[in-house]
Design a protein around this ligand. Sequence first.
Ligand SMILES: [Zn+2]
Ligand SMILES: [Zn+2]
Length: 426
Amino acid sequence: MKITIHRGQNQIGGCITEIATATTHILIDLGHNLPNNENKSDSMANKEAVEQLTEKVDAIFYTHYHGDHLNLFNFVPKDVPQYIGSTAKKVTLCKYEILSKAKKTEKFDTKVTQEDVKLLNSFKTFQATQKIKVGDITITPFFVSHSACDAYMFLIKADGKRILHTGDFRQHGYLGKGLIPTIEKYIVNNETVDYLITEGTMLSRPDEKVKTEQEIQQEAAKLLKQSKYVFVLCSSTDIDRLASFYQASKTADRSFLVDGYQKDVLKIFTLTAGKYSECFQFKDVQFFKQGHEKQLAIIKKRGFCMPIRGTKLPLIQDLLKQLPEEETILIYSVWDGYLKEGKNRNEDYFNIWNMFTNREKLHTSGHASCETLAEVCNLVNPSQGIIPIHSEHSDKFKELKIRDELKSRIITESQQNGNVEIEIFK
Ligand SMILES: [Zn+2]
Ligand SMILES: [Zn+2]
């Protein structure tokens, strides 16, 4: 068997992992590099590069729908089956249908086309614990909590070895309490895991405080009671965060105002995750009609909470003119690094941040804390090795509170380990 980390060993995002036997090749994730101000293009973001990479590939499995795991899918030849969670597919389609109608943006070096939407439509889907056989490899997805809806880790069986690929995950989201029991019940119950391929995003952000999503909700409710008109800059597909603000709006008795796209995404959440938890039922969401005097009068009286995105600048500008400044606030609920000067600065977020006099930061990471990473490494206790990905500091895995014998099994260089070849591109 061969494990190839094509990308992700020394960077956050742009993840591509390959697992191959003599007869079968699969990819886990095929992500676009995260856009930054130094390097807007991605050398893999073209047909030739992806065709070459996928030449022998029998199937591609996506852990979740974030662009740094999915966004090269559109270059994959049609005859290669691509798999994603069924709700994740619905959300991605909703987003790409909107993007295909939008103008080319600076953030991506390609424009979303109707062809991309068609290709997405052809994706195969899976459910948690469903075993999928591709040639002589078996892949089983298990649900994980992340800042995306319907995210998974994969247990892969190939050539008699068991590999756990975590994808992006965390323990402090609404459904994060299932992480350890899932690993105990399905993954380490009576068989050994040979290799653990795990994300390590938070290793380069050790000072970041990890609040639970429940704490975010409570703090949001306080802010919503204090200020009448609340704009929330957050991801349109982060089900947990949207639930936190939606539930906080109910507590503070504010209208929850959204645009058409956000309304469609929330409807998908309500019809899927909402079946299992009341927390994800977005039943009382109002469509915001720009320039509608009657609605404006109503929401001015009751107060509101409005999730916004980087593209919403003109709408916010217009609305701000009609609201008293002292009662209006921006809650910045995405990663702090986007505001800082340098390669990660997001100009849209920065511009929105500067439009407000009153503003608060309220955010928690979508990624596992260092404590959770250590807990997972110790519990999975892989017999052959831990291969870090999705991290700028894979070497720091050694600093986690993990057993000494595990520290000696951290793999960051290419190597031959018995009949398993590991190739790591940097
Ligand atoms: Zn990621
Ligand atoms: Zn992610």
